[in-house]
Every structure is written in structure tokens, then in C-alpha cells.
Design a binder for this molecule. Structure first.
Ligand code: NAD
Ligand code: WQD
Length: 342
């Protein structure tokens, strides 16, 4: 199939591109590069030995999307483009609503104009808010605790309504839990701009000496060691989940939602210890206050994806730490390289 991959230069998008190319699909990557580098896509081509098409374009721009759909015969779309920083979304809610929802609406209209009916969408476990129970099944109550989460919740609603109105549409929303790790080649990985918000890239930068110490946000949660518990998912497993979803779109009329997680919870301290084992050295850390808005425990019941998509996460946190560390040491300043010295 020829697949349009929006957000293709990003962390998850570049790993999805690798899996699609390795499975023999054609990839048309579209990205505004607002949070990524084109170099990631050149690395994807190096890993796979296959070529992809790249369009630097904004998903909110109808004319740009039209040009892409006219230039390629697209069979299906994987839509990952979006802004994703929770704290930033609280400070700039309108930018998040405008970007994430406008991108989806503009894309759906362009798909309609060009007769493309198959879509896989990046949703998030954030749609469960503070989950009513764990492990989380897809029928758990939904809630948004910040503007970013609301964009995912509204997007799912838009997709459900669009699919209800047009029986030709086949849409799968994948609710990712916490993606971590990097491609085992060490050529692509997570490349946060500025101070990382998420645990693993922060730990990696402390381990590399770029930051002084990790602040563990709270050790008084109602969890076995008092620190927050999450379902960390290797990004290569996550990328393969997209391949599984694309393969099952034909049998999935309407809008379906699937959790992509491992089903296992890991605490902040367990994550830190796993990373220390990958590095072979202690990683400085200190306990700090809880981070506002954080929840205690979140992990998936991934049973529906196993049953319907025939997908399961097979890589563990240890392997993800080793892969993240390989990426970090080979690319200490990410795709952009070291800052210029005066
Ligand atoms: P990322 O920032 O690395 O990738 C997103 C990409 O989208 C970037 O390359 C960015 O330049 C691009 N982009 C943003 N707005 C765009 C627009 N209007 N037009 C074109 N390109 C645009 O983030 P990621 O971690 O790879 O996330 C990919 C998707 O997965 C996002 O939708 C995100 O919300 C979702 N998600 C991520 C996580 C996570 O923890 N990383 C968890 C759940 C869901
Ligand atoms: C994990 C654990 C922190 C940083 C966020 C978004 C979510 C999703 C993924 C997209 C928590 C602790 C973290 C640090 C710490 N994104 N922590 N010190 O909060 O589960 O999810 O990213 O959809 O929407 O909310 O992930 O990696 O930020 O935190 O102790 O410096 O690590 O308190 O327990 P989170 P995270």
C-alpha cells in the first residue's frame, strides 16, 4: 500500500516509517518540522535501504494537502502529526486546539475529496484521565485533564461521528500508553527540544551528563515503592502496532479504538534502576514534590489489540533502556548535532 504518514519525521513517525518500508509499503511522509528534523527521515532511509517521499507541509493547510494527495496515489493515512506537550498545552490552549483539531479536520476533508477512506489515528492513554480502574480497558470512562488530552478526546469524537456518517470510512484510533526506547540501530530516537518533559529522555540526558539529576516527582503515591507507575512501551513495538492496524483496516468498518500497551506497570524507581543497568553506572536523582496533574497508576489491558489486530508488545523496559542509551550516546545532541561553540 501507499501510505501517507503525517508527523513522519517525529519520534514515533520515524519508527513507523521504518516498519512500513520494511514491510514493503510505500511511504509518503508529511511533516511541518515544527518539532522534528528532516534528518530523521534520511536515517530511516539508511536503516531500511528504501526511499520515501517527503513533503514539508502543514496538515492545517488544505492546499498543501491537496497537492500531496494529487501527487501520490494514497491507499491509507496514518495521522501522527500534532503537538504533544501537556504543560505547553495548558499555557497555549488555543494553539493546541487549532493545530491538533484543524490538522485532523483538514486531513479528513482532503481524504474525502480524494476518495481515501482508511485512517489510523494516534490517540493516547491520556483520554482516560485519572483512570477509573487498572488495567485500563477501552470501555473505561473517558476524561480530559488538560487541553492536549482534550484534543485527543475531541479528535476521537470527530472520527466516530465522521465514520457514523460515511459507511466507507475505516478508522482505527490507537491509544498509546508511554512510548520509550529507540530503534536498535541507534540511528533514530526521541529528540526532545529543550528540557525533556518525559521521564526516559530526562533520565537519558542525566546519564549523559547533560543535566544534573533526575527529580523523582513524588514518592508518596499509593504504589509499591511510592513512585508513579506507567505502562512503558518500546517504540518499535508501538510502530509495529500501526502496521497491524493498517493490515486490519479492511475488516474494520466504522471507528474502532485500541489500547497499545504492554499490560505491565513500571514505577519511576524501577525505570531508573533499569536505565542504570543499561548505562552501567548510578544516575543522580532526588525526590521532589508531586508534579501537578500527575496520576498514580496507569497501565493497559492490551487484550483487544491482541485479539483483533494480532498485535502484542514483545520488548521489555530493559531492552528499551539499552536502545535509548545507544541512541543517546551516538547522538548526544540529537539530530541537530552539538550547539555551536563561540
Ligand atoms: P513528535 O513531536 O516527535 O512528532 C509529531 C510530529 O508532528 C512532529 O514531527 C511535528 O513536527 C509534526 N507536526 C505537528 N503539528 C503538525 C502539523 N500541523 N502539520 C504537520 N506536521 C505537524 O511526537 P511523537 O511522540 O512522535 O507523537 C506522535 C503522535 O503520537 C502525536 O499525535 C502525539 O500526540 C501522539 N502520542 C504521543 C505519545 C508520546 O508519549 N510520545 C503518547 C501518546 C500519543
Ligand atoms: C512518567 C512518570 C512522572 C519526569 C505524558 C503525558 C501523556 C503521554 C505521555 C501523550 C510519572 C515521573 C517524569 C521527571 C519524574 N503523552 N517523572 N520525573 O506523565 O505518564 O505521560 O507523556 O499522549 O499524555 O501526560 O509520562 O514520562 O512525563 O512521566 O518522576 O522528570 O515519571 O511523575 O510518574 P506521563 P512522563
Amino acid at each position: 500500500m501507499n501510505i501517507l504518514l503525517t508527523g513522519g519525521a517525529g519520534y514515533i513517525g520515524s519508527h513507523v516509517a521504518v516498519e512500513l518500508l520494511e514491510a514493503g509499503h510505500g511511504v509518503v511522509a508529511l511533516d511541518s518540522l515544527v518539532n522534528s528534523h528532516e534528518e530523521a527521515l534520511r536515517r530511516v532511509e539508511r536503516i531500511t535501504g528504501a526511499a520515501l517521499s517527503f513533503h514539508r507541509a502543514d496538515c492545517t493547510d488544505p492546499a498543501a494537502l491537496r497537492r500531496v494527495f494529487e501527487a501520490h496515489d494514497i491507499d491509507a493515512v496514518i495521522h501522527l502529526a500534532g503537538l504533544k506537550a501537556v504543560g505547553e498545552s495548558v499555557e497555549q490552549p488555543l494553539r493546541y486546539y487549532r493545530n491538533n483539531l484543524d490538522a485532523l479536520l483538514t486531513l479528513l476533508e482532503a481524504m474525502g475529496e480524494h476518495g481515501v477512506h482508511r485512517l489510523v489515528f494516534s490517540s493516547s492513554a491520556t483520554v482516560y484521565g485519572d483512570p477509573e480502574r487498572v488495567p485500563i480497558t477501552e470501555d473505561c470512562a473517558l476524561d480530559a485533564t488538560n487541553p492536549y488530552g482534550a484534543t485527543k478526546l475531541f479528535a476521537e469524537r470527530i472520527l466516530a461521528d465522521a465514520a457514523a456518517a460515511d459507511p466507507r470510512l475505516r478508522i482505527i484510533s490507537l491509544r498509546y500508553f508511554n512510548p520509550i526506547g529507540a530503534h536498535p540501530s541507534g540511528l533514530i530516537g526521541e529528540d526532545p527540544q529543550g528540557v525533556p518533559n518525559n521521564l526516559f529522555p530526562y533520565i537519558a540526558q542525566v546519564a549523559a551528563g547533560r543535566r544534573e539529576q533526575l527529580r523523582v516527582y513524588g514518592d508518596d503515591y499509593d504504589t509499591p515503592d511510592g513512585t508513579g507507575v506507567r505502562d512503558y512501551l518500546h517504540v518499535v513495538d508501538l510502530a509495529r502496532g500501526h502496521l497491524a492496524a493498517v493490515d486490519h483496516l479492511a475488516d474494520a468498518p466504522g471507528h474502532r479504538v485500541y489500547n497499545l500497551g504492554t499490560g505491565r506497570g513500571t514505577s519511576v524507581m524501577e525505570a531508573l534502576r533499569a536505565f542504570e543497568r543499561a548505562v552501567g553506572a548510578p544516575i543522580p536523582h532526588t525526590v521532589a514534590d508531586r508534579r501537578p496533574g500527575d496520576i498514580a497508576v496507569c497501565y493497559a489491558d492490551p487484550g483487544a489489540a491482541a485479539r483483533d489486530l494480532e498485535w502484542k508488545a514483545v520488548r521489555g523496559v530493559e531492552e528499551a533502556c539499552a536502545d535509548a542509551w545507544r541512541w543517546q550516546t551516538a547522538n548526544p545532541y540529537g539530530f541537530a548535532g552539538p550547539p555551536e561553540r563561540l
